[in-house]
Write a protein that binds this ligand. Structure first.
Ligand code: AMP
Length: 296
């Protein structure tokens, strides 16, 4: 990745929890604010937008690069998830990150934690869309994110709207736990989706698409953008637009919609108005599962 200027020579890669906690302790003792960006690596400009913002808004930016096994309910998806820590480190160094936390699964979890299913209560936010299709996924996400919050004690945590449901669940978790004082004054920062010029939402999984599949996948974002116009047509209902999006994407050879749901941005429950609504889609492009969303 050569398109980022190299500006930072001071970045450190940390692989153990104890070294991370020591580094954090030193930052805190020096009165520095900390921004945390959790990632699973295979970084692209979408991730970079979060990191750049964290660098700008905090004295210290910690980026975790960890393919979290407990949030994968599909072993093949976990095995095939792209990994490239050298390239990630080069990118992160070039945009000013201070610490990269890249632990092994064994460092992160005990055997018991790795194998037992954590059950968190998300007030139903995890029962729809991604949560319905990937049972246990959000439990794994919250398991790793809450551990990272505990280890880093950040002032701010940065997350992308690309994973809108994940963001809603993390807000819920932090609001609930901050009542008990767990994460202090931690603020969650929502960051907009970064797209390729073509409109395709950037994703680590795009690396698994062939050039032809990548072209095919463009129909996903194009249809979502078209649906903004459909929603403004006279008499347009949420149900009609929802179905029209599904039909338009399914009409493209090589694409198969798993779900498209237009829901309320806060409750993630079905809505019959476009007010405060978001449409969330999951589409299989060949074997690769892609997600995207659009706000109405
Ligand atoms: P991941 O590595 O896929 O777990 O993503 C790490 C963080 O980057 C999550 O908060 C994602 O929502 C965010 N992210 C991933 N892709 C994008 C994108 N295209 N635009 C903005 N944020 C993104």
């Amino acid at each position: 990745m050569r398109f980022f200027e190299k500006i930072n020579e001071i970045m450190q890669i940390i692989t153990t929890k104890s070294a991370l906690q020591e580094a954090v302790k030193a930052c805190k003792a020096a009165g520095k604010t900390i921004g945390l960006v959790p990632t699973m690596g295979a970084l692209h400009e979408g991730h970079a937008s979060l990191v750049k913002r964290a660098v700008k808004e905090n004295d210290v930016c910690v980026v975790s690069v960890f393919v979290n096994p407990t949030q994968f309910n599909n072993k093949e998806d976990l095995a095939k998830y792209p990994r490239n820590i050298e390239r990630d480190a080069e990118l992160l160094s070039s945009i000013g990150a201070h610490y990269v936390f890249a632990p092994t699964p064994e460092e992160m979890y005990s055997t018991e934690e790795m194998n037992s299913m954590f059950e968190f209560d998300f007030a139903g936010l995890d029962k729809v869309m991604e949560g319905k299709m990937r049972p246990g996924h959000f439990n794994g996400v919250v398991q790793v994110v809450s551990r990272l919050f505990y280890l880093v004690q950040p002032d701010k945590g940065y997350f992308g709207e690309k994973d809108f449901q994940q963001l809603a669940i993390i807000h819920h978790m932090v609001e609930r736990s901050s009542m008990a004082g767990t994460f202090g004054n931690l603020k969650i920062i929502d960051c907009p989706i970064v797209r390729e010029e073509s409109g395709l939402a950037m994703s680590s999984r795009n690396e698994r698409l062939s050039a032809e599949e990548k072209q095919t996948a463009l129909a996903i974002s194009k249809t979502l953008f078209d649906s903004l116009k459909w929603a403004k047509e006279e008499g347009a209902t949420v149900a009609d637009v929802q179905q029209r999006v599904i039909d338009a994407i399914n009409a493209v050879e090589g694409l198969e919609v798993e779900y498209y749901e237009i829901v309320d941005q806060t409750t993630l429950l079905p809505t019959d108005t476009f007010n405060h609504a978001i449409g969330c889609v999951t589409v299989y492009c060949g074997p690769v599962r892609l997600i995207d969303n659009i706000k109405y």
